[in-house]
Design a protein around this ligand. Structure first.
Ligand code: NDP
Length: 786
């Protein structure tokens, strides 16, 4: 083939992903896996086994153990023994574990993605770009909930030991949806992956060991549905969380009735995909591709019932058919593949049988002519038209790459058709008319409604069904509540327990011969004045010299902050959280250095200094936790409208930090301000700025964009006025005495910037209060209805 041939056809060449590292990992276990119980691998010699098959070629990947009743007993016993100590850890400590899990998966993300694709048959493009990133996001997000559990869920306690049963369509993602909130809340778990797709759960077990998760907190037992049943019905289990078919969900509901066990069920669906006459048809066609051919249609919330406005039905079907021919079906490990293999032969047979039944009941079957591989379990993209609302294929979950289409004439008919199902998991509405979309969204019986989009998931947003799609939510605050129970008396938050190294043997503090500069625009810069100030211990012993900043330094710092303000505000909350966690992590690695500095500057004991450092690290974690959780609201007004209240960053925030505690006092202000998207200009403690200045190195190694944090040292009386007067400062926080407040607030009147003046009691304030002062609210009104 020549280059001009390629230009003519625009065909993509093969782009295979290598399975080598995944195969090496399988070989390192001799392709034989036992059970992960109490932090170690168990290989019961007399247990039966089954094989995990690569559905793309039918080859054996590994042999897996079928857990026996005694193994389930052992796993539940391990989780039971571990639970009280796990729950007694501070939220912060649990957050550190969840964070470490997220980091670890991130570091090995390609291995996870390739292994998932080998085991499940999904295209590598999806496992690499959707499944695994969402898994990581889930653990990060729930590290935040662990951190905040005591304050945000005061009066609640963990449920206890959770039995979790997951399906094969998103093996690792479903594991993350189950394990992350359970652990964040203080529960321990025994998880059973699906028989066809256990491998990434077993790799995950290794991650638990690698991050030193206490033994018994996570246990993985493999096996078939019997193992799931044993687990759910085990008397030591307090909560069952299940994702899978409605039939098994119903069985579990019956079996657990009256047992007192908590139960959440995320079951099947037959979700409507409504395309109105005024929709962007090309976008909606792409929407169908994402709705039903993503993951070969093996998605519980797939939009498999296409409901078309009669006015556009014909042209829409024409475009959809043309698009179907461009979908590439084949080797899941090829990066250009759109649709991979069906998970197993049994599932392929089920799809074939249901499509045949649909045709027998009168449907017209249209399939893409994409060539299918000779071996493995593949099925082409399929569209069934001429389908009656009561037809089997319009009512039964097919769980394959098959969509059925019907037409409607009026919006109310669209709603009636959409709701004509026993399910209620999700729905998708396509129209350029915002009134229409919201009006329909309100009338749909579904747990999730996507407007002009489909299959959107995030750890911060609750997911779950209405009706026979189950109950309970996964994700967001509502998902956390599923793993907690109310106590009769509110519990007091436990004290933080992670260890900060302290050096009690140190009698005298060595002098530190350093000249830290100002920190502006991500660089260390000399002060404009060319003068330095001495910093000493309270006893007068010299510690260091720092720059004596002036109004020009303030001006430069504000300029640097202004330059980054819009991009920082628009950085996703998730990314801001990542950076904040990273600062905390890097600060922890240097906790001893900070402890020395704090002790020296304030003349306090190493132990007290260590506590201040520890509290500062916790502040970074708390701010990271809140970054993607300080949510908007929807207000109820008498009008027919959705009023969305959205918190937005205020802008460049000037911070006048206290003299003491100098490190914690600065971090407690900087962390929430930047978490909410505001760059800061900090006037450091006048007498004890060294520990804050030492943070330069932490910021530089933690991906903090230049200009987000700027620090100026010097005499406060000289620096507060130019900061407060500056027209490019939008928000000003001052900790100090009344004269400083007077000075700052008077000067701030120039551009009527917001001010927040804090006295010595400020450190006792709830963290929420800092977040409140770091945002401004925008109310967006979206009217709906006729
Ligand atoms: P199941 O509901 O049987 O499987 C889900 C999980 O439950 C698996 O881990 C399974 O183990 C386990 N399980 C099976 N029986 C029991 C039981 N009696 N008690 C406790 N746990 C049990 O789904 P299938 O894999 O059989 O798929 C059948 C159909 O279910 C699909 O065609 C699809 O329509 C639907 N489905 C829906 C999903 C969703 O997300 N809503 C996900 C998967 C399937 P094992 O894997 O060993 O059978």
């Amino acid at each position: 083939m020549t280059v001009s041939d390629i230009f003519a056809s625009m065909a993509l060449g093969p782009a295979p992903e290598s399975p080598t590292i995944a195969n090496q990992w399988l070989e390192s276990h001799a392709r034989h896996f036992g059970l992960y119980i109490n932090g170690t691998w168990h290989q019961p010699s007399d247990a039966s086994t089954f094989e995990s098959i690569n559905p793309a070629n039918g080859q054996r990947l590994a042999t897996i153990t079928q857990a026996r009743p005694s193994d389930v007993d052992a796993a539940v016993a391990a989780a039971t023994a571990a639970q009280p100590a796990w729950a007694a850890l501070s939220g912060h400590t649990r957050a550190r574990f969840l964070y470490a899990i997220a980091r670890h998966i991130q570091k090995h993300s390609r291995l996870f993605a390739v292994l998932e694709t080998l085991d499940n048959g999904k295209p590598i493009r999806e496992s690499r770009d959707i499944d695994i990133p969402l898994v990581i996001r889930h653990f990060y997000h729930h590290a935040g909930w662990a951190q905040l559990r005591d304050s945000e869920f005061a009066g609640y306690q963990p449920v206890g030991v959770c039995g979790q049963i997951i399906p094969w369509n998103f093996p690792l993602l479903m594991l993350a949806w189950k394990i992350a909130p359970a652990l964040a809340a203080g529960n321990t778990v025994v998880l059973k992956p699906a028989e066809w797709t256990s491998l990434t759960a077993l790799l995950f077990a290794e991650v638990c060991s690698a991050v030193n998760l206490p033994a018994g907190v996570v246990n993985i037992v493999t096996g078939d549905g019997q193992v799931g049943s044993l687990l759910a019905n085990h008397p030591g289990i307090h909560k069952v969380a299940f994702t899978g078919s409605t039939a098994v969900g119903r069985t579990l509901r019956t079996q657990l009735a009256g047992s007192g066990k908590a139960l959440s069920l995320e079951l099947g669906g037959k979700s409507p995909f409504i395309v109105h006459g005024d929709a962007d048809l090309d976008a909606a066609v792409e929407g169908v591709v994402d709705a039903v051919w993503f993951n070969q249609g093996q998605v519980c919330c797939a939009g498999t019932r296409l409901l078309l406005d009669e006015r556009i039905a014909e042209p829409f079907i024409g475009r959809l058919m043309r698009r179907m021919h461009t979908l590439r079906v084949g080797d899941p490990l090829d990066k250009t593949t759109d649709m991979g293999a069906i998970v197993a032969e049994r599932q392929l047979t089920r799809i074939r049988t249901l499509v045949e039944q649909g045709v027998a009941e009168g449907a017209l079957c249209y399939q893409s002519d994409a060539p299918l591989p000779g071996s493995g379990f593949f099925y082409p993209p399929t569209l069934l038209t001429n389908v009656a609302p009561a037809a089997t294929v319009a009512q039964e979950e097919i769980f394959g790459p098959v969509i059925v289409s019907m037409t409607y004439r009026t919006p109310s008919e669209a709603v009636a058709l959409a709701n004509n199902t026993r399910y209620g998991l999700a729905a998708s509405v396509w129209s350029q008319n915002v009134d229409f979309t919201h009006d329909i969204a309100k009338q749909l019986k579904a747990g999730v409604v996507w407007i002009n989009s489909t299959n959107q998931f995030d750890a911060a947003a609750g997911f779950g069904g209405y009706r026979e799609s189950g109950f309970g939510r996964e994700g967001g605050r509502e998902g956390m509540v599923e793993y907690l129970v109310a106590t009769s008396t509110p519990s007091t938050p436990p004290t933080p327990s992670f260890a900060v190294p302290t050096d009690t043997a140190m009698g005298s503090i060595p002098s530190i011969d350093r000249t830290p500069k100002l920190y502006i625009g991500g660089k260390q810069v000399r002060p404009d004045s060319g003068y330095s100030r001495n910093i000493t211990t309270p006893q007068g012993m010299p510690l260091a010299e720092v720059g004596d900043g002036n109004r020009k330094d303030i001006r430069n710092a504000v300029e640097a902050a202004r330059a980054v303000a819009s991009s920082w505000a628009n950085t996703t909350a998730h990314n801001r959280a990542q950076i904040l966690y990273y600062i905390g992590e890097n600060m922890y690695a240097r906790a001893h250095d900070f402890t020395l500095l704090v002790a020296a500057q304030h003349g306090i004991s190493m132990q007290d200094a260590a506590s201040e450092v520890e509290a500062s690290i916790q502040c970074w974690f708390a701010a990271a936790a809140w970054a993607d959780k300080y949510d908007g609201m929807v207000h109820h007004t008498p009008q027919r409208a959705v009023v969305m209240a959205l918190p937005e960053a205020i802008g460049v925030t000037g911070i006048v930090a206290p003299d003491a505690p100098s490190l914690l006092g600065s971090v407690a202000l900087i962390a929430p301000a930047i978490a909410m998207g505001n760059p800061v200009v900090v006037v450091a403690s006048e007498t004890a700025p060294l520990s804050l200045l030492e943070l330069y190195q932490v910021f530089d190694t933690s991906d903090v964009p230049a200009g987000v944090i700027n620090i100026v040292t010097g005499t406060r009386a000289n620096l507060v006025k130019p900061l407060a007067e500056h027209a490019d400062v939008d928000n000003l926080w001052i900790v100090g005495e009344q004269p400083l407040h007077l000075l700052g607030e008077t000067a701030s009147a120039s551009n009527l910037k917001r001010t927040w003046c804090l006295d010595e009691r400020w450190l006792n304030m709830p963290f929420h209060e800092f977040l409140r002062h770091a945002v401004q609210w925008k109310n967006v009104w979206v009217p709906f209805g006729a």
